[in-house]
Each structure stands twice: as C-alpha cells, then as structure tokens.
Design a protein around this ligand. Sequence first.
Ligand SMILES: N[C@@H](CCC(=O)N[C@@H](CS)C(=O)NCC(=O)O)C(=O)O
Length: 241
Amino acid sequence: MAVFMRPPTRTRVAAAARRLVSHSGPQLAGPQLAGPLTLHHVPHTRGFRIIWLCAELGVPCELARVDFSAEYRASPEWRNMNPVGKVPVLIDRDIKLFESGAIVQHILDRYGSGRLQPPRASAEHARYMQWSWFAEATFSRATGELANHKRAFNGALIAPVMEEMKVRARSCLLALNDEIAGRPYLLSEFSAADIMMGYALQSFERNVGEDLPSHAQAYFERLKTRPAFEAAARANLMEDV
Ligand SMILES: N[C@@H](CCC(=O)N[C@@H](CS)C(=O)NCC(=O)O)C(=O)O
C-alpha cells in the first residue's frame, strides 16, 4: 500500500455515491439521495476540480448552474456568494466557501478520511501544498488572465499583454514538464495536487492552445484516463442542470 493511502470510509451515502458516480457522473446524487455538498458552477471553469475530487472520493455533490454574465456576477445576490463575483462556490451545510483550492482542502479534510493527501507536516505534504498552490496561484493565474482578457477586451485584444501571459504560462508548463519526467504523478501516488494541476492543464489547452511538451502531455493523458476524471468531465458539461 502506498505511503498515504488509507482505506476509504464506507458510509452508506458514500458507497451509494460511488455507484452513482460510476454510472452517471458525480452530480447525480438525485433528490432521493441528496448529498450535503452543493457546488455553484459554470462548465469548463475551476469547479471542475471539485467535481473531479468528489468523483474520486465517492462524495455526492450536486451542481447548481451560475449565470456567468458580467451583470449577474456583479449583482448583490452573487456578490453575497462570492465577494469578487467569481466561480466556484461550495455550500456544505454550515459553510460557504469560495477559492477552488480551499474547497478541495476542505472536502479532503472533512470527507477524505486521509485519502489523496499525504500526512500533515510530512515532507510529502509540503510538496503537496507547493504543487497545489503552484497549480492555482502561479500556473492557472497566467492562463486565467488570458481568459479574462479575452472576455474583457473581446475584439480588441492587446497583443503584448496576451503574449506576456502566454510566456508566463509556458514557463509554468516547462517547470511541470521537468518535474513530472520519469514519474506518473506529482507525488509518490495520485493526489489532490494532480487534481489542482489537471485543471491548470485544461486551462492551458483552452487558453494557450499549444502542444504540451512530452512529459506533461503523457501526464495529462494519464490523468484523463482515470474513471473519475471521465465521470467528472461528463458532469462538468451540466447538460441536465
Ligand atoms: N483563485 C480562484 C479563481 C477563481 C476564478 O478566477 N474563476 C473564474 C472561472 S474559472 C472566474 O470566475 N472568472 C471570472 C472573472 O474573473 O471575472 C479559485 O481558484 O477559485
């Protein structure tokens, strides 16, 4: 057994969710099996991390679609959910959370039973935090700003600004490529750091649109073949929400 893998908690709800996830995607807890989590989400955004994590853990998570128009995101209603008008937002009974990395960590800590993260304060946990934060604060920042720029300046893109953000994103990609050479995952086994990074690669693909270097490409393909990734990718489309 790998270093930080512990057996999953087999609560009735989690087990039922696991069956549902394998059939039809993690959001389909359904009214008769409503899980405690509600993710306010827009397809192809960072909420994918949460959907994928829930699918990996077998935790039921219902999806609520957010109107992504600038008007709605500026409304008092949505600002009450997220003070800067972004997605995702998670509601978990007594808690309302924004910031995808914080949401991932909260779900791991409350429902993960030790899965998908190394023991706290270990060297491996320090590396887990480093790559999780890198995936959002450094890598997805550059790719996300490309998306924001396209949305804000649609039709009048500022080429040097776009190029600067692409340079930053490529630099992150090369750092990942070096790190992942000769190993399947960022840590000694699959972890939530890979979930954080998987979205960064999706965002690079969508917003930069260039080929990945070989190790990063092989890593991305490896992530995509995980059954939970596939289930999450279907749920992410929100076709029935
Ligand atoms: N660091 C935040 C970033 C959230 C974020 O930028 N979300 C994007 C969608 S993936 C968004 O709402 N963009 C709209 C905007 O920035 O105006 C997180 O990880 O949740």
